[in-house]
Design a protein around this ligand. Structure first.
Ligand SMILES: Cc1cc2nc3c(=O)[nH]c(=O)nc-3n(C[C@H](O)[C@H](O)[C@H](O)COP(=O)(O)OP(=O)(O)OC[C@H]3O[C@@H](n4cnc5c(N)ncnc54)[C@H](O)[C@@H]3O)c2cc1C
Length: 300
């Protein structure tokens, strides 16, 4: 990131919420579950399926974790009632991990049980490194109890290849592979752009080698192209993988993936806690943040 971009990103907290809201509306479906369902319907018309995420993380109050758990149960009901093809994605810290591991596990189990009865799959998002061991263990325990659960591995983590070796083999194991979004120490995470890409491709090969279903979650066109080559070389069928992207990011790449005949799942975040998520999206993409600044100071 250039010095100018870093400066722009640093100034984001000064931008009025209304302006962030206008630019961020492409990344967030809206405030309500109905907004998320209607976004999923529009994406379905393009040929994409969905995973829905209620915005909010790092909950430190058990009553808030309970409220989010109930909202997730309602989300599962809404997906089942709408008859759309969507999984749900959930962050362990939202369901209580920062309070106690037991509370988080109880809440995630309620969600997975409820979802399993309605044939909806759950993806447990991966957060920062202090949560990695717990999240991987939780994924295994939930799989054993309910069977409808997947999780996420981050290519920037040095441990990822050995984590793959510990996963069960076969399509029933469903793993989303992403680069990773948290700021982690160099002792445990690759930092170089090319190093992360290289580890992503090694991890992808290792997951396919074990017959695991992979959600290839990236907007990096280089990785998308390499993944397509790997899929062709291995002669993989559509039941072995899908691509995954965030709502609002690089729609032209979304069209290219769908045009190539590949399955694509779009991550649809929604809910009143949209501000923190949107600022994070803008931080990742200084070009968009630059537009926000220009709009604010009247340059367009
Ligand atoms: C479906 C999905 C689920 C995810 N789940 C997790 C998770 O559970 N845990 C986790 O740590 N991370 C998660 N991530 C985030 C991921 O780890 C990366 O931080 C993020 O996707 C950016 O990496 P990239 O592979 O797209 O490559 P990059 O090299 O960062 O981006 C490639 C290109 O896409 C553009 N781009 C990337 N992000 C944005 C954006 N937000 N807005 C506009 N343009 C953008 C860039 O400008 C660049 O041109 C998820 C990502 C996706 C797509």
């Amino acid at each position: 990131m250039s010095l100018f971009d870093r400066m722009v990103v640093g100034m984001l907290p000064l931008v009025p919420r209304g302006i962030v809201g206008i630019v961020a509306s492409r990344y967030v479906a809206g405030n309500t579950v109905e907004d998320a369902i209607s976004t999923a319907r529009s994406l379905a018309a393009e040929g994409a399926v969905a995973t829905m995420d209620i915005l909010g993380e790092e909950v430190r109050d058990a009553a808030v974790a309970e409220r989010f758990t109930l909202q997730y149960l309602q989300l599962v009901d809404a997906i089942a009632a709408a008859g759309i093809s969507s999984t749900v994605s959930v962050k362990p810290t939202m369901l209580g991990l920062d309070i106690t591991e037991e509370l988080c596990e109880q809440n995630v189990a309620r969600l997975c049980g409820h979802a399993s009865e309605r044939s909806v799959r759950v993806a447990i998002d991966m957060e920062d490194h202090p949560t990695t061991d717990f999240t991987l263990g939780l994924h295994m325990r939930m799989r054993e109890r309910f069977g409808n659960v997947g999780t996420v591995l981050q290519a920037y983590m040095r441990r990822t290849l050995s984590d793959i070796e510990a996963l069960p083999e076969g399509r029933e194991c469903q793993i989303r592979l992403c680069k990773g979004i948290y700021v982690e120490p160099e002792s445990i995470a690759y930092k170089g752009y090319d190093e992360v890409r290289a580890n992503y491709l090694k991890a992808l090969e290792a997951l396919f080698e074990r017959g695991i279903f992979v959600g290839i979650a990236t907007h990096d066109e280089y990785l998308v192209d390499r993944a397509v080559e790997i899929i062709k070389r291995r002669g993989l069928e559509p039941d072995a993988y899908e691509f995954q992207m965030l709502l609002g990011v690089l729609p032209q790449l979304r069209a290219k993936i769908l045009g190539g005949g590949h399955a694509l799942r779009v991550y649809i975040p929604y809910g009143p806690d949209w501000y923190a998520y949107s600022v994070r999206r803008l931080r990742e993409n200084p070009k968009v943040a630059r537009h926000v600044m220009r709009a604010m100071i009247g340059l367009r």
